[in-house]
Design a binder for this molecule. Sequence first.
Ligand SMILES: *Cc1c(COP(=O)(O)O)cnc(C)c1O
Length: 336
Amino acid sequence: MEISYPPRIQLARLPTPLQPLDRITEKFSTPHGGPRIWVKRDDLTETAMSGNKLRKLEFVAGQAVAQGCDTLITCGGVQSNHCRTTALVGARLGMRVQLILRGELDGIPDGNLLVDQLAGASTAFYPPRQYFEELPELFSHWQEFYAQRGHKAFPIPTGASDGLGIWGYIAASEELLADCSARGFVPEHIVCATGSGGTQAGLTLGCQLLASTARVTGYAVCDNADYFQSKVRADVRHWSALTKSDIDENTLNINVNADYIGPGYALAEEPVYRAIADIASLEGLLLDPVYTGKAFFGLLQELHRGSYRDCKNLVFVHTGGQFGLFPHREKFPFLL
Ligand SMILES: *Cc1c(COP(=O)(O)O)cnc(C)c1O
């Protein structure tokens, strides 16, 4: 099927590489075999703007500019990769950026927050409870604040996960399937970390639109399986409404693995940190404890259990997150 895309501003360096992880494949193969593991390097979409959010923001920025907006407002945790990417995209396009951040500024800015500040984004911090209870009001407050000063602000939801942002991963599905085909295979499985659901929604919908047989699985890093089942459906429903498509979100094959969330969002136990170190030393690939490290750790457990034994090729989408690794520096005492 020919997909026709809405306005898009090119920001990412595409296509990102698709690489085999043969030392990991060998180390984690079991007596009953297992797939060749590949990684789609979406951590290489750009340097500072790296990661999955940049693909979504190409379409979000396209829409914001088309609507004559000069300001972007978005939200997330203090170490949000999405906020950091938005801050840099705004600077790149000469737009103001207002970040609504969950948590407080304690001590010296680090990781993503340091980059937000370098990029000149305005930051407002809210205690988690107020953030969760009042997020829509906080967006209205800041939209109004900019309107009163003669600016037009475009609101971007958490992770740019909605019917607009998921275009980024519909396009990425097309790219990924072409990469695989150029390497001479059809992937049976595509795996990613899932946090606000948009990456998974885009990949799931993209594979369906392209009639791919690949099964997309999101490894949840927070919430639970029911949450992501309905979040992915909601994003696709929104997409269908925006595009006037007749895709029925109830026909989608949505797969969530919620067994490796651990203690909660941005909280991980030692095996995850050890897996991050193993993978860095084995393959030169840097994962983060909030998203990709947690998801990849889960994937390795499932490989070990033989869950993918009938699969020949599995693609892990590396969604980025490197800046979020450094604030966790004290979690690696075993390296000393
Ligand atoms: C946001 C993010 C994810 C999750 O993507 P969603 O589309 O929000 O589900 C995964 N990995 C990294 C590094 C992220 O920043």
